[in-house]
Design a protein around this ligand. Structure first.
Ligand code: PAF
Length: 311
């Protein structure tokens, strides 16, 4: 059953005004930051948000600052009207959708206002327009380096910066992130702690399709064959977890198991690492809680997944 239609706000000043009105009514505010093309995983974050807050804001903004020039910004899927329908299908719905056109604001007439939901313009085109480059970035120096940071060196700088901007604009009490993007979740938690944001960051469990594939907006780009092959990620991670439970604690052996399984299925490994759940530093022998993180390509589609192992 569809719930209420959310208020759509495209102007950042209006967004802050809305939040401050809510706060003046003693309402607790939740923010669920997204890049749109929503799936069940995003909707589960909203369900969780309702448990903590009185009002829920969802941001839909494809952040150009976290894509390198060779990455898939131009083909990142979007369906704004479909997203609104999905948000209305969640029990309790959402109160606000914040959908700015461009958050890299240079004070020119085309920035930050009157978006049309098409995902915004890139950092580069803004720089060309104003002649002034965006030069302030938020970096979480150690956590941004490993795992996805190796093949996507500017990714977490872009994420930390845009999430900071969203936090400053929306001023939420709680923010919700999926644990599929494990490194992102840990990095935002650290940033909030280090920079004294008064925001509680909540990590939510990975939502999977019935066959185990972790939900991702990028899954839509997989051919049926690639999708079948991609199941090897979750299958091999589950095997590795069982092996640990059966006493195998040597990470090299566990990594080889996962790498072999994904490679045999036709995937190309970007990384398969067992790391500490907080520092994300590599572990050789499992003695406590770790997370097994994987990134692999199937065709042109890069997928990430992970499994926490709590010994
Ligand atoms: O996980 C995402 O969709 C994005 O990285 C986020 C957190 C919305 C920042 O652009």
């Amino acid at each position: 059953m569809a719930t209420k239609e959310p208020l759509i706000i495209r102007d950042k000043t209006q967004m802050t005004k809305w939040s401050r009105t809510m706060r003046s009514q003693s309402k607790l505010i939740a923010l669920v930051p997204t890049m749109g093309y929503l799936h069940q995983g995003h909707l589960s974050l909203i369900t969780e948000a309702h448990k903590h807050a009185n009002v829920v804001a969802v941001s839909i903004y494809v952040n150009p600052g976290q894509f390198s020039p060779n990455e898939d910004l131009s083909t990142y899927p979007s369906d704004f009207q479909g997203d609104i329908q999905k948000l209305m299908s969640v029990p309790g719905g959402v109160d606000v959708v914040f959908n700015p056109k461009n958050l890299y604001d240079y004070g020119d007439s085309d920035s930050g206002e009157g978006g049309d939901g098409d995902g915004g313009v890139g950092v580069v085109s803004c720089i060309e327009k104003s002649g002034l480059g965006h030069e302030s970035w938020v970096r979480v120096e150690k956590l941004e380096k490993g795992l996805c940071g190796k093949s996507r060196p500017i990714f977490f700088r872009g994420v930390a910066t845009i999430v900071t901007k969203l936090f400053n604009i929306v001023e939420p009490d709680f923010a919700f992130f999926g644990k599929k993007d494990y490194q992102q979740w840990r990095l935002i938690q650290r940033m909030v702690r280090d920079l004294d944001f008064s925001i509680k960051v909540i990590g939510c469990e990975i939502t999977r399709e019935n066959d185990g594939l972790a939900m991702s907006s990028r899954n839509v780009h997989l051919s049926p064959e690639e999708r079948e092959k991609a199941l090897s990620i979750n299958k091999s991670l589950s095997k590795a977890k069982s092996a640990v439970e059966d006493g195998q604690v040597q990470c090299e052996k566990l990594r080889n198991l996962v790498i072999q399984c994904i490679t045999e299925a036709g995937g190309t490994i970007d990384y398969a690492e067992i790391v500490d759940q907080h520092s994300l530093e590599k572990v050789e022998l499992i003695k406590g809680p770790v997370v097994f993180c994987v990134a692999a390509l199937f065709g042109k589609v890069r997928l990430i997944d992970n499994m926490e192992i709590n010994l």
